[in-house]
Design a protein around this ligand. Sequence first.
Ligand SMILES: [Zn+2]
Ligand SMILES: [Zn+2]
Length: 140
Amino acid sequence: MDTLQLWGLESFYTAIVVLFVFLRIISIIWVAKDVSARTSSTLLQIVAILLVTFFTPIIWIPLYHIIKPIWYKKDKMPWREACITNTTICVECWMINAKEHKCCVNCWKKLTIKCKECDTEYPHNYRYCPKCGWPNIELN
Ligand SMILES: [Zn+2]
Ligand SMILES: [Zn+2]
């Protein structure tokens, strides 16, 4: 009888441990997918995954929300609208600026980038130089 009760308790603990390991694995997969959709920075991706691997949820959940970039990489809608309306968007504060602006009217962040190939200055959110097609080294 005693042995049976002990065995029941042990399998109960085992089930709890398995559940926690399972939840931890799910969390790691979720963070890995989420962070890679938000940033191209390998360092940030590694930090986020290490955070969820080695800390308890009470620590890693708030920390992850602090370090993660707010926007997903695929959220390109504001940039597309800016392109149509001849405006550009500040990466720092999301202020809408005229395309000719050299720096943001709201926070002074530099808005243009100089093409490495033809020296044309163009809005920093363009992936390629509009004149010669050379990739924007800050985005590509
Ligand atoms: Zn700004
Ligand atoms: Zn160019």
